[in-house]
Write a protein that binds this ligand. Structure first.
Ligand SMILES: [Zn+2]
Length: 441
């Protein structure tokens, strides 16, 4: 029997994605004067390769840099040594890396890879959340957040606001350009997540002016200024609320209940055996000082087959009725994917998000974190759309093992391309790999 030949989408195969990242890097302005020995694009692509290969440290990567595979697979002309890489990348403005995320996203759109991520009525769901990835009492740079303690010591840290397209039925998440939470140039004051969210939303709209989106966030974001920002940029929302933080709103729900305005709805989930009980009411004021800001309220009690009860509550500007409430609940709860499938994957599944690859004096720490997010985006596009990646993952069973084998093969065999590497990972080397059909989409 012949081997089943999977179809690889041309725009979404690993090599096409790597070339698109490289094209963006080649167009970036070099901050150095005169003819630099190593082009900026080579330094950026080398750091990208470090995260794409999940090297545990810059030192480990440096040992392998003479391998011709880095040149052939990642298209790097000259791979800088670890010190040179840090020096070249430290002054790079992280914002310059934004077009690389946009290019990856556009490829997904063109290759029809985004269609399966649509949540409801042509809208994509995306989650927004902050995370920390560095803290030290000694190592610091110009953009570190600072916390001054009473005993005179200082904790320096880096955080970022991460954003990703998510879907309740999909494990894959499509990372967007993160917004660093840093101490702005020349400022004494720390940045905060709320300001970062404001910047994120306006830049997101510039990148994707017409994309229909529903934002899902935790209860810290359920405040009038943030919701007004979302309205201003034509974004819909499903945001967590808590009785302790939103007492006025919950009072309004109780009043609506007494007036008979609240709707109840129950649903069994036959697959999992869970029971869901909903209570919802539309058009309530969010808080006493913003009574003209009206929201729709959803509350849900989930009882699992084993009898465990969980309680959730959200506000949204989407219409809530018996036909929509279950799906809205699924969308709201998919928010955990930014925490679990994104930050935890980066921290615990081989990407070494919290490892200090080099801190620098200006932007290096943020540049490395952003490039790692970019490598994660390319991996997730593969996981969503590339049968070759899926075959390699299935063969090795876990991501951890896949990354380990990927690195081992990368350093053991002369490879022509990423496709060659995935073919080698998917089918035994000694047997001939099937020729994959590439469609013309
Ligand atoms: Zn720093």
């Amino acid at each position: 029997m012949g081997m089943v030949v999977p179809k690889v989408r041309k725009h979404l195969c690993a090599d096409a994605l790597l070339r698109s990242v490289q094209d963006v890097f080649c167009q970036l302005p070099d901050h150095r004067k005169g003819d630099a020995e190593i082009p900026l694009s080579d330094a950026l692509m080398s750091a990208f390769a470090l995260f794409s290969l999940k090297s545990p440290s810059l030192l480990a990567f440096d040992k392998e840099r003479t391998e011709a595979n880095l040149q052939r697979v990642y298209g790097i002309g000259r791979v800088p040594c670890d010190t040179a890489m840090r020096e070249i990348l430290d002054p790079v403005e992280p914002e310059h890396l934004r077009p690389a995320f946009k290019a990856g996203f556009r490829r997904l759109q063109r290759g029809k890879g985004l269609e399966e991520m649509v949540f409801v009525q042509g809208h994509y769901l995306f989650a927004l959340d902050g995370t920390g990835y560095f803290a030290s009492n000694e190592i610091h740079c110009d953009s570190c957040l600072e916390k001054h303690h009473r005993n005179g010591t200082v904790t320096y840290s880096h955080q970022m606001l991460g954003a990703a397209l998510i879907h309740p039925d999909k494990r894959e998440v499509i990372a967007l350009m993160p917004e660093p939470i840093v101490k702005p140039d020349g400022s004494e004051k720390n940045d905060c997540e709320r300001n970062a969210a404001k910047r994120f939303v306006s830049k997101f709209r510039r990148d994707h002016p017409h994309l229909k989106v529903i934002v899902t966030e935790d209860s810290l974001s359920s405040n009038a200024p943030h919701i007004e920002t979302l309205h201003a940029y034509n974004m819909r929302y499903i945001l967590g609320v808590k009785e302790g933080d939103h007492a006025f709103l919950f009072d309004q729900v109780a009043q609506a209940e007494r007036a008979g305005r609240v709707t109840y709805y129950e649903r069994e989930d036959h697959a999992s055996g869970a029971h869901h009980r909903f209570r919802f009411v539309s058009d309530l004021p969010l808080n006493a000082s913003n009574t003209d800001l009206r929201v729709n309220f959803i509350e849900c009690w989930e009882t699992t087959a084993k009898g465990k009860v969980q309680h959730f509550s959200w506000v949204t500007d989407l219409r809530v009725n018996k036909g929509t409430v279950y799906r809205l609940m699924q969308g709201a709860r998919a928010r955990w994917r930014i925490e679990n499938e994104t930050f935890n994957t980066l921290k615990n599944q081989g990407y070494h998000f919290e490892h200090n690859f080099g801190h620098g004096y200006q932007h290096l720490s943020v540049v490395f974190a952003t490039l790692m997010m970019l490598a994660f985006l390319v991996d997730q596009v593969q996981q969503l759309c590339c049968p070759l990646f899926q075959a390699a993952w299935a063969k090795w069973g876990s991501k951890r093992l896949l990354w380990e084998k990927m690195r081992a093969y990368f350093y053991a065999y002369a490879l022509e391309s990423m496709r060659h590497l995935f073919e080698t990972l998917s089918y035994d080397l000694n047997k001939s790999a099937p020729t994959l059909a590439i469609d013309s989409c």
